[in-house]
Ligand binder design. Structure first.
Ligand code: SF4
Ligand code: SF4
Length: 309
């Protein structure tokens, strides 16, 4: 199964294994995937599935894991574009290409399967012009030779297929992330190359929600941003709210869309904390006595521990 969930701008089909046919919204196509079909599981045996933040949220919840553990066990990061914006894909089984959730009976996480699995064999194409904020959506059909679902005599419209596969909520909750990615991809050189820090923040806020939650409660975050108690409670008590807040935070960091109030004295507070830490360190050093007593002079250090010049 190829990643057919999102592709963008002037050459939307370049990453796909076969060139899809673009479909009108009201188009009807013959397709059915059913147990007993001769190609059962063929699509899940050779995967290339990108995940949205909401996909990860659903799966980590189902599996009772933290987002960090989920990312390590089930995913691989990849670069979405030349500026290193990170995406996350399913990691196949060790030494193979099949999905880790594939079983002889089918998908073991079916109710929480990702957006790309739900859409297949339809491709969701999101496009956004440089001067527009919102994306326009269109659809395409991907016909891979191994998929016999196209030979089934069941006509279905895109609208009904989307309902059948339950993609509405996935589209809705993935929109904030899609727009961020589209905006980054289409913003061009005016926004400039993102810093390493903003790329790390993007990865954490989009995919590692548990770590983002820790970040939002950290002293550093609260020194810089001013959230009301009500807003704090809302985002810390509901992972969907937290995810939406993560997108909002990223729009502020990456595109300077100021919607989260910043403390006027943010810099001063940070400096004060730094000075406090340095003062604590100096106190510890003083208590330990002269460093010469505990650290050997360089000349006495064995040669094998030296760094090469
Ligand atoms: S999550 Fe399920 S449907 Fe998607 S590739 Fe894996 S086994 Fe197949
Ligand atoms: S019909 Fe297509 S989607 Fe269904 S199991 Fe076969 S290859 Fe997969």
């Amino acid at each position: 199964m190829a990643d057919v969930q999102i592709d963008i701008n002037d050459s939307p089909f370049q990453r796909m294994p076969v060139e899809p046919t673009q479909l009108a919204e009201n188009a009807t196509f013959p397709f059915q995937c059913r147990k007993g079909i001769s190609c059962w599981n063929a699509c899940c045996s050779n995967i290339d599935i990108s995940l949205t933040p909401y996909d990860i949220l659903r799966l980590k919840k189902r599996l009772g894991m933290s987002s960090g553990d989920f990312l390590v066990q089930y995913t691989l990061p990849y670069e979405m574009d030349k500026d290193s914006i990170a995406g996350v894909k399913f990691k196949p089984v060790e030494g193979g290409s099949a999905c880790q959730f594939m079983t002889p009976e089918g998908c073991s996480v079916y109710e929480d399967r990702p957006t790309a699995c739900r859409y297949y064999p339809i491709a969701l194409l999101s496009m956004r012009k440089q001067d527009e904020y919102t994306d326009t959506v269109s659809y395409a059909m991907v016909k891979e030779a191994h998929c016999k679902g196209h030979e089934e005599p069941r006509p279905i419209s895109i609208e009904d297929y989307r309902k059948e596969q339950g993609v509405d909520v996935y589209d809705e909750l993935g929109r904030g992330w899609r727009q961020l990615v589209l905006k980054k991809k289409s913003s061009g050189p005016t926004v400039g190359t993102p810093s390493k820090r903003s790329l790390q923040l993007f990865f954490m806020a989009c995919y590692d929600l548990d770590r983002f939650k820790e970040f939002v409660t950290s002293e550093g975050f609260n020194d810089a941003y001013e959230l009301t108690d009500e807003e704090q409670q809302k985002i810390l008590g509901d992972e969907m709210e937290l995810m939406q807040f993560a997108f909002r935070f990223l729009r502020q960091v990456m595109f300077d869309e100021q919607t989260i109030p910043m403390r006027a004295d943010a810099l001063e507070r940070r400096l004060a904390r730094k000075q406090e830490r340095e003062a604590q360190m100096a106190e510890i050093v003083q208590k330990l006595g002269p460093l010469d007593d505990i650290v050997k002079p360089a000349a006495e250090v064995d040669d094998k521990y030296r760094c090469a010049d």
